[in-house]
Design a binder for this molecule. Structure first.
Ligand SMILES: [Zn+2]
Length: 467
């Protein structure tokens, strides 16, 4: 998909950021019933037994902690990544610069002040304005969805508008996260609250929002589903609930950040690169375990499995841990621009950014013939349940490479629980099942080795196609 404008890109990234890749169609049948080679058997056995990935994820979530792009936490994450990639056996590790937006949450809270005083569970949305030092205290106008708001818009002036849409799926629900503030502000609201774009228990979910140019910039936060429902019930009962919202959020000037890159060089055709990726930035809540600490750790552990087993594939395996996926994909775009001349040699890009649950296979953003051909490389992963290959999305960070013709692959998992954790305080190390993490390392490592070591040319898109 080509972005025709910056706004379109932001919308695309906001909707797709960290969501599971679309699930169309059915899996493509592998053209041959390939059986695992001794090398693939060794990779899978090693990955299932090694605790490196689990130890490394615990370090990232617990010891590095919050890591918004452009923050001190992200600089800690860079140091962690260099150390872990080096320990894993990379031939070389380095940082590549990327300029990123910056935002700080600061101190924030919300309280119900009428009909009685009680704390509310909240998280400010990324790039929201703050409330000023005294906060904002106002009556709640509770609506279910856009349609109800439009029918009651004349009631919004001076109020805090609560959008409480039932959970359908990330696509429609995230629109409230992105657009609630400006929609409410056009009709005089002083702040906005949303039921979260997620369904954790008593957990708010953050993520980027966006201000329209034609509306005042009012603060906006996610409540928990339960607290949104409480306010909605009180309003429906005629109790005129009031909320005091305090947020000291600040948007800073764009600043320097970096993608972390490491290589395990190929033994025969090192100039050909199989690029494997996750994003190192994470929301400043929980530990960013599913999103996307696990995706990063899987790639580091893939490199370690190959190095430990001394399985040096024909092509180079390059790990890229991107910055600023959560803020809109600035790390991915910077990488593609800096590597524009090299793109013909990037034979495939794979990203894991759909949470860490039991492996399901891979989705491919490429020509249909490529999708069918790649199914054969995943066929040996049947014992892991990871042989399902289908056409679909690949990943936000590798998107700019795919738009320039690189075959894009997304790591698929059984992620129906993802939005219990996504962008919330529940996305902690303990929320990742160690067996799932190990199985994902095994699946990705075996698939990547099978591709990078293939004696034949890897399937490519037809020239000048943009899947
Ligand atoms: Zn993500």
């Amino acid at each position: 998909m080509k972005c025709t404008a910056v706004v379109a890109c932001l919308g695309l990234f906001s909707v797709l950021a960290c969501g599971p890749v679309p699930e169309p169609a059915t899996d493509v049948a592998a053209p041959t019933a390939a059986s695992a080679s001794p090398q693939l058997d060794a990779i899978i056995a090693h990955a299932l037994a090694d605790t490196f990935a689990l130890d490394t994820l615990r370090e990232l979530c617990d010891e590095v902690g919050p890591r918004l792009a452009g923050s001190d936490g992200m600089r800690r994450a860079h140091a962690w990544a260099v150390k872990r990639l080096t320990a894993a056996g990379a031939d070389s590790v380095w940082l590549e610069p990327a300029t990123v937006p910056r935002w700080e949450r600061g101190v924030e809270w919300a309280r119900l002040t009428a009909p009685y005083d009680a704390p509310l569970t909240m998280l400010g949305l990324g790039f929201s304005e703050g409330t000023g030092p005294d906060g904002i205290e106002a009556e709640i106008l509770a609506v279910r969805d856009w349609e109800e708001f439009e029918s009651r818009a004349e009631e919004a002036a001076g109020k805090i508008v609560l959008f409480d849409p039932p959970w359908k799926s990330y696509g429609p629900n995230v629109r409230y996260r992105i657009d609630a503030a400006s929609t409410a502000a056009r009709h005089g609201a002083v702040a906005a609250l949303i039921r979260p774009a997620g369904f954790g228990q008593n957990t708010p979910h953050t993520g980027v929002m966006r201000y329209a140019d034609d509306a005042p910039r009012i603060p906006v936060a996610s409540l928990s589903t339960e607290d949104a429902a409480l306010l909605h019930r009180l309003a429906d009962a005629g109790a005129a609930p009031r909320v005091h919202l305090k947020m000291s959020a600040t948007t800073l000037e764009d600043g320097p950040c970096a993608n972390v890159v490491a290589e395990f060089r190929g033994r025969e055709i090192p100039e050909e690169v199989v690029l494997i990726a996750g994003h190192l930035d994470a929301w400043d809540t929980g530990g960013g375990a599913h999103d996307d600490g696990a995706g990063c750790v899987i790639m580091v552990a893939v490199l370690k499995a190959l190095a430990d087993l001394d399985l040096r594939p024909r092509r180079t395996v390059r790990v890229v841990l991107y910055t600023s996926e959560e803020y809109g994909g600035q790390g991915g775009r910077a990488y593609a621009e800096q590597h524009a001349a090299e793109i013909p040699n990037i034979v495939l890009a794979l990203e894991s950014d759909s949470g860490c649950f039991a492996p399901a296979g891979f989705s491919v953003r490429a020509d249909s013939t490529v999708v069918a051909d790649l199914a054969a490389y995943a066929a040996p992963l049947a014992t892991l349940g990871a042989d399902g290959v289908r056409k679909g999305g690949a990943g936000v960070d590798i998107g700019p490479l795919v738009e320039r013709g690189v075959v894009g692959v997304g790591h698929r998992v059984h992620g129906s629980d993802y939005f219990r954790y996504h962008h919330s305080p529940a996305d902690v190390f303990a929320a990742v099942d160690p067996a799932d993490l190990a199985a994902n390392v095994a699946a990705v490592a075996a698939f990547v080795f099978n591709l990078a070591d293939a004696p034949e040319p890897l399937p490519r898109n037809a020239p000048a196609t943009t899947p």
